[in-house]
Write a protein of this length. Structure first.
Length: 366
């Protein structure tokens, strides 16, 4: 075996005729090494990104399951025991479809074999039948953002409409906002999904789920109406509450909060509206930013959209019923009225046979 020094001397003694093939082989080896290194780095980044997406999805599902678990008692008392109605259907859709959507999303990401276009492809000896990535992209696009924004926005419409004494002009305005956002979302989602290119799975790599190209900027156009409509709903709620409490100085926060705390129903209305609007606004804003940044950030934020809409939409209904429902009854708030120095809220309580009008008194002082 030659030492490194001997090899160098022998190479220096070679004629140019023999040196040229050696240089070519060295350049080819260097090029192959660089290409393999780049591919390895790409693979490492891909696996790291997939891991972050998995962690984000599981965390969102865990948060949703936790929220469902801690509210099961109130939900059984005020939702399941109540008679069937449109708000009850909206509540159950917002609450449990979110759970199904996230669980199915994670199952596709973590466990499902996928095919590019066909439902019929299969692998021998494997119990998992590949799903169609094209069909999955359509399902994920419409079942996630479109379904949840539509369901929760309808709950907001009912909530704000009741707050404004069920006036027809307000209902017309709210429905205009609702359908305008819905139409824009459906069109932008359809254009986005239609433009997505499904990538082939890398042979020999144990990567499950579907892989697609960068999401087109049609998605950004669907987030903007969501932000605008959510802001309008919150402004309408805050304005009506401040007006009903006879607050003339909007900058006197101490007076506003003291009057708000004196009335439990109004307190819940404003508190929940602020908290859950803030949650929805934040998750929509983050997904908008992720869409602008591009890459895999949008996949990280998508599970939190489902979880947040599910928690916010169901809590808007459940918390209000918990604070204002009477035993063996379901409460539907109808209107508010203000007298100088006092506050009174009129409500309809349905027990299945009769309707009563009851006052909602001030919070007792301790």
């Amino acid at each position: 075996m030659l030492s490194p020094l001997q090899g160098t001397v022998i190479y220096a003694c070679l004629s140019d005729r023999y040196k040229s093939p050696i240089r070519n082989r060295e350049r080819n080896a260097t090029a192959m090494s660089s290409a393999q290194g780049a591919e390895l780095q790409t693979l490492v980044r891909t696996l790291s990104t997939l891991q972050r997406i998995y962690f984000s999805s599981v965390a969102a599902l865990a948060w949703l399951v936790f929220d469902i678990t801690i509210t099961l008692g109130e939900e059984y008392e005020f939702i399941w025991k109540a008679r069937w109605s449109f708000p009850k259907v909206l509540y159950l859709a917002a609450r449990y479809y979110g759970l199904f959507n996230l669980a199915y999303y994670i199952s596709v990401r973590l466990f499902q074999k996928t095919s590019k276009v066909s439902f019929t492809s299969h692998e021998l000896g494997n119990d998992h039948v590949p799903i169609s990535c094209r069909a999955w992209v359509w399902f994920d696009g419409f079942s996630n953002s479109v379904f949840f924004t539509t369901t929760v926005n309808m709950l907001f419409v009912l909530r704000v409409h009741a707050l404004y004494e069920k006036k027809k002009t307000m209902l017309a305005f709210l429905l205009f906002l609702f359908f305008a956002e819905f139409i824009v979302e459906v069109i932008c989602t359809a254009l986005t999904v239609h433009s997505v290119t499904i990538n082939d799975r890398t042979p020999g790599l144990p990567i499950l789920g579907c892989s697609s190209s960068t999401v087109p900027h049609w998605t950004l156009m669907s987030w903007i109406p969501c932000l605008i409509v959510a802001c309008i709903f919150y402004i309408l709620t805050a304005y009506k509450l401040a007006k009903n409490m006879d607050v003339h100085n909007w900058f006197n926060l101490k007076l506003f909060l003291s009057r708000l705390h004196a009335h439990p129903l109004m307190d819940v209305f404003y508190r929940d509206g602020s908290i859950f609007f803030g949650m929805i606004f934040l998750v929509i804003l983050l997904n908008t930013v992720f869409n602008v940044i591009g890459g895999t950030y949008l996949e990280i934020g998508a599970p939190w959209l489902s979880a947040t809409y599910s928690v916010a939409g169901s809590r808007l209904v459940l918390n209000l019923k918990t604070i204002s429902a009477s035993p063996n009854s379901t409460l539907e708030m109808r209107s508010f009225s203000v007298a100088p120095g006092t506050f009174r809220a009129a409500s309809n309580v349905h027990d299945g046979t009769e309707t009563y009008s009851i006052p909602l008194h001030r919070r007792s002082e301790h």
